[in-house]
Design a protein around this ligand. Structure first.
Ligand SMILES: [Zn+2]
Length: 327
């Protein structure tokens, strides 16, 4: 296929889907696919794939086309998706795991789907509902092998869907459970307008309750400054960039991204929200992570293949995944 990554992007964004694309589970060098396929080890093959490190696959907005949407992700070169298990509250925390199992079974049976992983957590707004029963459910979910992360959890002072002290308490309880289960965490952090208030409080909590675990995590949909990025890296976190990296007004964020080390980055969609620039305002989906990866490659002056390799390696390192398993 002409143009490799760019060609695929064009295909995705023009809504086309060729037979060639469909037959290609790893997309970056399709022109040599037939020759290479027997020689590339599974690990090397996976390094060419992108991982969407954060997507809400259980959103009702995918009710009518969830499998087709995941197939499009696979066609676009997305090899894995971390399905976020927050639902609309603790009662729905298990939904990501259910989807993960459902679609991984189909994948194992030969369906062209990305590998799914799941998380579970109580979103900052939902911490009012973080009672003993909800926390017990979280602990049980985090014991499941497919549930590799606790999140998204954190602090949101922008919307302040729960009082700040309730959010902090809910966060700390979940950190304790994640530590006991040895699961990295997925952090959602948003301050009031230009303020770093939520980030300042977040680092106080992480320094006291998380740093000692050495488990690290992901700063999901990162939107803060270099100081917050650097402190996160120091705490063993990866910085995950979403579609907002592509927005015209996001130059300060692009300036931060341009300073990132390759071993500290991830890409994500936060689907169904935050579709990247060419599709902004539409429903987002994991296939569109290609656009964010392309923007990040430009900012870091590396190829798109290098971004795919680095982000996949970082994801597998954080979660201690062995990419050959399950192929
Ligand atoms: Zn999210």
């Amino acid at each position: 296929m002409k143009g490799g990554f760019q060609g695929l992007k064009a295909a995705i964004f023009e809504g086309r889907s060729s037979a060639r694309l469909k037959s290609c589970p790893f997309a970056f060098r399709p022109s040599k696919l037939e020759l290479d396929v027997t020689r590339i080890s599974n690990a090397a093959r996976e390094a060419r794939l992108l991982i969407d490190s954060h997507a809400h696959l259980d959103s009702p907005r995918y009710a009518d086309d969830r499998e087709a949407m995941l197939t499009r992700a696979s066609e676009a070169g997305v090899g894995a998706v971390l399905s976020i298990g927050i639902g609309e509250g603790p009662a729905e925390m298990h939904q990501a795991l259910d989807l993960c199992r459902q679609f991984n079974l189909k994948r194992e049976a030969g369906a062209p789907l990305p590998r799914l992983y799941a998380s579970a957590g109580i979103y900052p707004h939902s911490t009012i509902a973080a009672d003993d029963q909800a926390l017990a459910k979280l602990a049980a979910l985090l014991a499941e092998p497919e549930v590799i992360a606790c999140g998204e959890i954190g602090l949101d002072y922008y919307h302040e869907g729960a009082p700040r002290d309730v959010q902090r308490r809910g966060l700390i309880h979940q950190l304790e459970i994640a530590a006991a289960r040895q699961r990295p965490i997925l952090i959602h952090c948003r301050g009031t307008n230009e303020s770093t208030d939520a980030w300042d409080d977040l680092f106080l909590v992480l320094d006291e309750h998380w740093a000692k675990t050495g488990l690290g995590g992901i700063m999901h949909c990162f939107g803060a400054g270099w100081e917050q990025a650097r402190r996160s890296l120091d705490l063993g976190f990866l910085i995950s960039f979403a579609g907002n990296l592509t927005y015209p007004k996001a130059q300060p964020l692009r300036d931060v991204a341009a300073r990132m080390p390759l071993d500290g980055i991830l890409v994500e969609t936060d689907a169904p929200w935050l579709a990247p620039a060419p599709l902004r305002g539409q429903r987002n989906e994991p296939a569109f992570v290609v656009q964010t990866a392309s923007t990040l490659a430009g900012l870091l002056h590396v190829s798109e293949v290098e971004i795919a390799a680095a982000t996949t390696k970082n994801f597998n390192r954080l979660f201690q995944l062995h990419p050959d398993v399950g192929n």
